[in-house]
Design a protein around this ligand. Structure first.
Ligand SMILES: Cc1ncc(C[n+]2csc(CCOP(=O)(O)OP(=O)(O)O)c2C)c(N)n1
Ligand SMILES: [Mg+2]
Length: 351
């Protein structure tokens, strides 16, 4: 069966147009993420953050625009997820403290950069295996459908992940069962050091969806308003019970793959050209100034406040305690609630 000609994405998201306050909010969100990550980079070089650390700088408009359309929906992301967690509502303090491995972090310092999680804000992780997390969205989608929640699950992954078997399998079943999932491929032009043209004959990864009859769209991701509108349309379609949608959102990462990558594989001038012509903060600043009359000094004041907030998160993380070693094995297994408090337990825990 091929894609039904009667099925198309809605031409409008139904979200209200953004006024000055609405756009300022999105600007603040993007700036906060960038600033917090710049401080995370500083902490990393000082060995205050250990392990892997993949920065999202340059891509902020994707998570922030998507959050503006799906604030009360579930999200799952990969390992470049600091921005997603914050856009979904995680505070800068608990995010930074987690990167520092401190007990005040969102998962008590036991996860670190790639394993941010907070079910209260419906942020279902932070996953390190490329593409491995994509099928988890089907599980969440199935639960949403079963419980009639009227929500969607957005799953974010990279262009490199769109080559993985788990990704293809997830697409097949999501479409078969008409699950309320929005698959969002953030095409940031590279998978580690391999440029998109060297990874794939197709460079629009959303075309993968056509093989299973799923609606798809390629979206430019540098303008946060554009992302909000297109994720809004896709989530409207999925939320109304029509089935999943796949979006490829074109973006660009400014930093290396991880903190240890100097990114020497980029053609000369490429990064500078993107920063100059497509920087998401700059695009939004221009619009705030030109269309809403927000002055440069108002913007500067906002940035100063957010700089202080990011520094506060850094200080908070630095001053927080390390998790106690007593807790090393906590949270590994679900508590065994079947054992009464006074019931003797045989060695090894067998009953
Ligand atoms: C199954 C698996 N293979 C390889 C890796 C090593 N690895 C980590 S990130 C990455 C590149 C993924 O690129 P992409 O999906 O485009 O995401 P981006 O890093 O650009 O956000 C690779 C190969 C891994 N973590 N898991
Ligand atoms: Mg990539």
């Amino acid at each position: 069966m091929s894609e039904s000609p009667t099925q198309t994405l809605p031409s409008e998201s139904g979200l209200p147009p953004l006024d000055a306050d609405g756009l300022l909010h999105l600007y603040r969100e993007m700036y906060r993420i960038r600033r917090v990550e710049e401080l995370a980079a500083k902490a990393y070089t000082m060995r205050k953050i250990l392990g892997f650390c993949h920065l999202y700088i340059g891509q902020e408009s994707v998570a922030v625009g998507a959050a503006a359309a799906t604030k009360d929906d579930y999200w799952i992301a990969a390992y470049r997820e600091h921005g997603h967690a914050m856009a979904k509502g995680m505070g800068a303090r608990e995010m930074m403290a987690e990167l520092f491995g401190k007990e005040t972090g969102c998962v008590k310092g036991l996860g670190g950069s790639m394993h941010l999680f907070d079910s209260d804000i419906k942020f279902m992780g932070g996953w390190g295996i490329v593409g491995g997390h994509v099928p988890l969205a089907n599980g969440v989608g199935w639960a949403i459908k079963h419980r009639n929640e009227g929500r969607v699950c957005c799953v974010f992954f990279g262009d490199g992940a769109a080559h993985q078997g788990a990704f293809f399998e997830a697409l097949c079943l999501a479409q078969l069962y008409k699950l309320p999932v929005v698959f969002i491929c953030e095409n940031n032009a590279y998978a580690m050091g391999t440029a998109i043209e060297r990874q794939s004959y197709l460079t629009d990864m959303s075309l993968r969806a056509r093989g299973v009859g799923m609606l798809r769209e390629q979206v430019l991701g540098f303008d946060v308003e554009n992302v909000r509108e297109h994720v809004g349309r896709a989530s409207k379609y999925a939320r109304e019970g029509n089935g999943p949608v796949m979006l490829e959102i074109v973006t660009y990462r400014y930093r290396g793959h991880s903190m240890s990558d100097p990114a020497k594989y980029r053609p000369k001038g490429e990064l500078a050209e993107v920063k100059e012509t497509r920087d998401c903060l700059q695009i939004t600043e221009d619009r705030l100034r030109d269309d809403f009359g927000i002055s440069e000094s108002q913007l500067a004041e906002i940035r100063t406040k957010l700089d202080a907030e990011a520094q506060d998160a850094y200080d908070f993380a630095e001053q927080s305690a390390e998790p106690s070693t007593d807790k090393l094995y906590d949270y590994m297994y679900a508590p065994d609630n079947t054992v009464a408090p006074d019931e003797p337990v045989a060695p090894g825990g067998a009953k």
